[in-house]
Design a protein around this ligand. Structure first.
Ligand code: TEU
Ligand code: CA
Length: 545
């Protein structure tokens, strides 16, 4: 890569911005709140819950896709970018939602899925009708008479190869995700203009920005003759996804991001956060450095599994790893870059369930994760249900699983010779459906998941604490103790200082704080009656001085 390593990460002053101060809340509309009883969450349901979100202290909403889609991947396969999904409501419902969100002093960002479209998108249909025509150039179509040998060995994230063959059009087409999610060719300037126009359509409506789906995959490396290169089998063996080295950080990524920023985001002063799986800290700095004009923030995912594990492994997550990961980023990411802080989204099992399977610890772990999220330096992204203390859903059979990734993986595991029990065990550990079941708003439902109002109250308290102290938003960060299972750190600015003391483990231990004169302003409620000298399992305390 020829990119100059600028900016040099520095401790200079931090520029203030609304998106650094706000707490974001991710809504997965299909499973958020169903306002008309058809079993599917909808836009009116979100509208009904705006007061709840405002009361919680949320500053901005991120909506997972609400566009017209055949739902092969729950809306991440878009058929029409400028139309609302029928089950979710109408464009009028959307306009009202945006207006009411703004009225409450909150912002709204949408999901921008432009690495691929649905195979039912008009562009792709036209492309197949006439591969030589304008839309033919929007995708990776490879003409061929040979329907048994795909153009290269790249594999899909959702099992199997990454190519479909189309008999009538006599060509192959690339899909890194499901068979109905066709990759767009960003090297085509007309396609980039289409995307820019569409982004401007939503920004003109007053939308405050976008979360950008797998945005680091948009630039694919090519051979000298324009074809897509063969993936390295060794890397493929290590990473599972053969071919990934050719597109996770492609040759024109920076240029395409700069162009989109200049032609759409910048003129609207709109916010952007990229979903960028696989990029480490240094690449993230190159994408989010303030003066580089690319993205405001990214989601990097290395904190979601501990080293040596993947999402589909059944294992216990060690929070000492999170401590070390987050410390490294906070000390080295630099003040021109802003971190996103999150544990959950619609693609992952619930973090509480990864940390502990002992129900008596669910409450304390929920409180600990919240306290970290609202006192570490960065912008918190709450995923719907975090604030209810939700844990994984007790699925009992594949019949309850609908996610395309899980369904395909299950088939693949059976083909590889696993028993149904073994394969289901794997799915249960990692399925995205844990995050996609309808939120159990009503405590009296027969749903096996229960909400925990006491956790919601703590979210509200800690979000308010963060909102009223810039030290927690922009302040400095220093680790005071990082012995095994301990995390004690300081956040401070000219006005205030805080010390946060955490027990990251399931065993009680001696408290190390306080030293000197300070006031205890928060303690895990479950331990309020315990002596101060003892830290309970996963206990967290916040001191102010
Ligand atoms: O997620 C991308 C995604 O699933 C990655 O985490 C990918 O699996 C990873 O690179 C493998 O290591 C986004 C959306 O969040 C997800 O819901 C969609 O299914 C996907 O893109 C396709 O749009
Ligand atoms: Ca509904």
């Amino acid at each position: 890569n020829q990119e100059k390593a600028s900016p040099v990460p520095s401790d200079g002053p931090i520029t203030k911005a609304w998106w650094k101060e706000a707490v974001f809340y991710q809504i997965y509309p299909r499973s958020f709140y169903d306002s008309n009883g058809d079993g599917i969450g909808d836009l009116k349901g979100i509208l009904d819950k705006l007061d709840y979100l405002q009361d919680l202290g949320i500053g901005a909403l991120w909506l997972s896709p609400v566009y017209d889609s055949p739902n092969d991947d729950n809306g991440y396969d878009i058929r029409d970018y400028e139309k609302i999904m029928k089950e979710f409501g109408t464009m009028e419902d959307f306009d009202l939602l945006l207006e009411e969100t703004h009225k409450r002093g909150m912002r709204l960002i949408m999901d921008l899925v432009v690495n691929h479209t649905s195979d039912e998108h008009a562009w792709f249909r036209k492309a197949l009708e006439n591969p030589e025509g304008k839309e033919g150039g929007y995708y990776f179509l490879v003409p061929s008479e040979d329907s048994s040998n795909p153009p290269n060995n790249w594999v899909s994230f959702f099992s199997g190869g990454a190519w479909n063959y189309y008999d009538k059009a006599k060509c192959w087409a690339l899909h890194l995700f499901s068979k109905k999610q066709m990759d767009l060719n960003w090297d085509n300037p007309a396609l980039r203009r289409e995307v820019t126009d569409m982004v401007n359509f939503w920004l003109d409506k007053g939308v405050d920005g976008f979360r950008m789906d797998v945005i680091n995959y948009i630039s694919k490396e090519r051979n000298a003759d324009g074809s897509l290169p063969q993936g390295n089998e060794t890397i493929g063996g290590l990473m599972t996804f053969t071919g990934i080295e050719h597109y996770y950080y492609g040759p024109h990524l920076h240029a395409y991001l700069k162009e989109l920023k200049a032609n759409a985001f910048a003129p609207h002063n709109a916010f952007s956060v990229g979903e960028t799986p696989g990029l480490g800290m240094h690449m993230c700095q190159l994408i989010t450095g303030e003066e580089r004009g690319e993205l405001d923030m990214v989601f990097s995912f290395d904190q979601l599994e501990t080293p040596g594990h993947t999402r589909f492994d059944d294992y216990t997550y060690d929070l000492n790893y999170y401590r070390d990961y987050i410390t490294d980023w906070m000390l080295h990411y630099g003040n021109q870059c802003r971190m996103s802080l999150f544990y959950n989204n619609h693609d992952n099992p619930r973090m509480i369930s990864k940390v502990t399977t002992d129900p008596s610890f669910y409450g304390p772990v929920a409180v600990l994760l919240a306290a970290l999220q609202f006192t570490l330096r960065g912008t918190p992204f709450v995923f719907q249900g975090d604030e209810m203390g939700l844990v994984n859903y007790p699925f009992t059979s594949m019949e309850q699983i609908s996610d395309v990734e899980s369904v395909n993986l299950y088939k693949e595991l059976l083909e590889k010779g696993q028993s149904e029990e073994e394969a289901f065990h794997t799915i249960l550990a990692g399925t995205r459906d844990h995050a996609r079941v309808l939120l159990p708003w009503n405590q009296n439902t027969p749903l096996p998941q229960k909400i925990h109002p006491e956790i919601t109250a703590i979210y509200k308290e800690l979000i308010a604490l963060r909102a009223s102290h810039e030290a927690l938003i922009y302040g400095q960060f220093r680790v005071l103790n990082h012995k095994k299972d301990r995390f004690v750190y300081k956040r401070w600015d000219d006005k205030d200082s805080f010390v946060v003391e955490c027990n990251l483990g399931a065993a009680g231990k001696r408290a190390a704080f306080p030293g000197g004169s300070c006031t205890l302003i928060f303690r895990t409620p479950a331990y309020k009656k315990e002596p101060m000298k003892d830290l309970g399992p996963y206990e967290v305390r916040i001191w102010k001085y």
